[in-house]
Design a protein around this ligand. Structure first.
Ligand SMILES: [Zn+2]
Length: 378
């Protein structure tokens, strides 16, 4: 609801819903900043992202500080969550975890977040946590937190991710398990988990402008996030294994979670609206601007309005990508401005060329950042 309040404000300029969600966030800060819940933190990470987004919209620093406290409290002894899970009235939403000792790894609280090296536990919760860590690393200039994010990204991208960008390979408990455990027919790969991974990549891109995050972002977006919805927009996949054997998708078996066709809706309907909001905000993933540079991370056929040194600039991208490798950009500024356009060089591209106004142009390819930078002025 907090994210909806921010999105409504940004889309309409109206503060009606924003003011309501600010009161909710104020109440959260009041309850969790001190007193009985001063060491508490969420079981399902998500509020951290909402509070950071609300801070970006309102510049009220108490929301950012609350998000940081939730992240910093995680995995620190004495552990509030462990204490809470021992309470006689505490129940897990998952039957498998009822009457079992608290699985701290599952809840990403087995270590303080700065010491975590592997992506663990419930996949959606994990990547939402990593998004918050990356945003906080940027806002507080926290290099240690940024390094933890890098280690967690490498754990996912190198050892715990399908080639489709799907993550969380276990259908039981929707979780990461161990390195290279990526079964193709009974994998889980929740659509929301790949959306969270896409968000995490965007956060890391904002921090570093390194194209390797865009490579993973594109992989997850094109192969799992968009596969999670039918072209009609009216049917959805919750889980995205590499292989589906329809006769084998039987209730009460290890394949129960796999559906041979997209479903109209779900009892726990997180994925359909998550896909919708991701597609509606695709521009925020495709391009970003920093000072006098525009970074083009993805190549959808679309027009974007960005800022170069404060001047609104429209960039029109025309392409059949990925069915064709040719991409044409038209750039139009409201008034003369000088700046750079940094085009992502995907990791699967081995040869490339650039023309400006029809004439061959030189390219400074920076493989370290997987980006092509070319100075242009209009
Ligand atoms: Zn979901």
């Amino acid at each position: 609801m907090i994210e909806a309040g921010v999105a409504h404000f940004q889309a309409t300029g109206k503060r009606t819903l924003l003011e309501i969600v600010c009161r909710i966030a104020d109440h959260i800060c009041q309850v969790f900043r001190s007193g009985e819940f001063s060491d508490a933190y969420p079981g399902h990470e998500e509020i951290e992202l909402a509070l950071i987004r609300l801070y970006e919209a309102t510049e009220n620093r108490s929301y950012l500080d609350m998000a940081k406290a939730f992240v910093d409290r995680r995995g620190v002894e004495p552990d509030y969550f462990q204490r809470e899970s021992n309470h006689p009235k505490w129940i897990s939403i998952f039957g498998e975890q009822r009457n079992a000792p608290a699985d701290l790894r599952y809840h990403q609280c087995h270590l303080p977040v700065r010491l975590q090296k592997d992506a663990e536990g419930h996949a959606v919760r994990a990547v939402y946590l990593y998004c918050a860590m990356a945003d906080l690393a940027r806002e507080y200039g926290d290099e240690e937190l940024q390094q933890a994010c890098e280690a967690l990204f490498q754990s996912i991208a190198q050892r715990r991710m399908y080639l489709t960008g799907a993550i969380g390979s276990s259908g039981i408990l929707e979780r990461f398990t161990c390195d290279y455990d990526l079964p193709r027919d009974r994998g889980y790969g929740e659509s929301c988990a790949s959306i969270g991974l896409t968000l995490f990549c965007r956060c890391m891109l904002r921090n570093t402008c390194d194209g390797k995050y865009a490579d993973v972002m594109e992989r997850a977006l094109m192969n799992t996030v968009t596969a999670g919805t039918a072209l009609s927009g009216e049917a959805f996949f919750y889980v995205n294994p590499l292989k589906v054997w329809p006769e084998n998708c039987l209730p009460g078996t290890s394949m129960e979670h796999v559906k041979p066709v997209r479903q109209r809706w779900f009892g726990c309907a997180c994925c359909p609206p998550n896909i919708a909001r991701t597609l509606a905000s695709l521009g925020e993933y495709a391009v970003m601007s920093r000072g006098d540079t525009v970074w083009v991370n993805l190549f959808p056929s679309a027009a974007f309005t960005v800022s170069i040194s404060g001047v609104p600039v429209q960039i029109q991208c025309q392409t059949q990508f990925p069915f064709s490798g040719e991409i044409t950009f038209s750039v139009r500024a409201e008034r003369p401005v000088q700046g750079s356009i940094a085009l992502r060089l995907p990791d699967y591209v081995s040869s490339y060329s650039l023309t400006v106004d029809g004439a061959p142009a030189s390219i400074q390819a920076d493989r370290r950042c997987s980006q092509i930078k070319n100075r242009v002025s209009r």
